[in-house]
Design a protein around this ligand. Sequence first.
Ligand code: SAH
Length: 373
Amino acid sequence: MDKNFQEDECIQIIKFKPPLYKQRHQFVKDLVEKYKPKKVADLGCADCSLLRMLKFCSCIEVLAGLDICASVMKEKMHTLSPLPVDYLQPSERSLTVTLHHGSVAHKDPCMLGFDLVTCIELIEHLEESELQKFPEVVFGFMAPSIVVISTPNSEFNPLLPGVMFYRHPDHKFEWNQAQFQSWALETARCYDYSVEFTGVGHPPTGMEKVGFCTQIGVFVRKYPQTGASVQSEKPTEAVYKTVFKAVYPSLKDEKYLQNAVISEVIFTAQIIKHRLISKREENGDDPERKSKFQPSMDSFSDYLGKLVVEKNMQPFVSGNEVYIPLATIFSFPKVNRLCGTFEKLCKLIAGKVTLSSDGSAVMFNIEHENEEN
Ligand code: SAH
């Protein structure tokens, strides 16, 4: 028996494990991991549960949700806001999450430029007139590289307990496999997409002809499209109302990058300073060995030891001041990755970190540390 499915033989109750909605969302997540889209729009996003899952996919930079029912979106939309930890450790990627109130039967320019559009259990909620406009809006106007559409497979309904007609009172129709596939193939043909069919929720062994409980079509655009041409070719008036927008703190934003670089520079310099001072103490009064960094056996010191080969990278003590060259700090992988160039490092810390008079080293006064010792 399929692992996603349990059957209680006495009462013929089929339960899916994990629940079917989770399997649908996992299907989308897997697709995101495969195609790595940057911009994803979820149409008919309801309580935003799919968006909540997708915000953790590191390739995604823009997430948008659309629903005709503002109240269902608003219920849990606060859970799409950044958490305190997102501010403490801003991510390297940028992420904006926006929720719009409107209908998939209407075009709005805010829906242009997406790579992936998901329509999970949406189309069966559309009135006939909306369903007619839907392909032109999604495939003609939005025209993303990939569209995923899932909808109930009515052939599975007799296997579901308590389903007499449709699975949900708001469903306007439920299609069998042939109906969905012919609609999808015709839509794909009209808008120059290819489509492949799959699903989630396996039928019981021996009843494979029934098909998946949820049928899914994955549409892939056959023609290339450049981001720049998208906006200019399709002037359209905005009709959706934006009900939520969250811009996540990101290191792509200069102010968060600057904070991260300053903390990392001070942290790195402090560690080097502590090593330098403790080595001086170990080496006692030997004036030759006193003020220069001497490597020891641990890996951090080994690393520093390699750096001191270059003269201008040696940390040193002069009187009550410790000088840690910026070149040394820049050579640390995390600082290096954050800043990219030495010039950028200098620019980001200018005026924020105490430097030597020539600006080449971070300077610490150790007068009080000496007193304590
Ligand atoms: N996609 C969700 C749930 C879908 S239920 C999930 O995966 O769990 C269908 C949703 O489509 C409902 O929230 C409903 O309000 C919305 N909907 C119905 N008609 C719509 C339309 N014309 N435009 C946009 N959303 C619509």
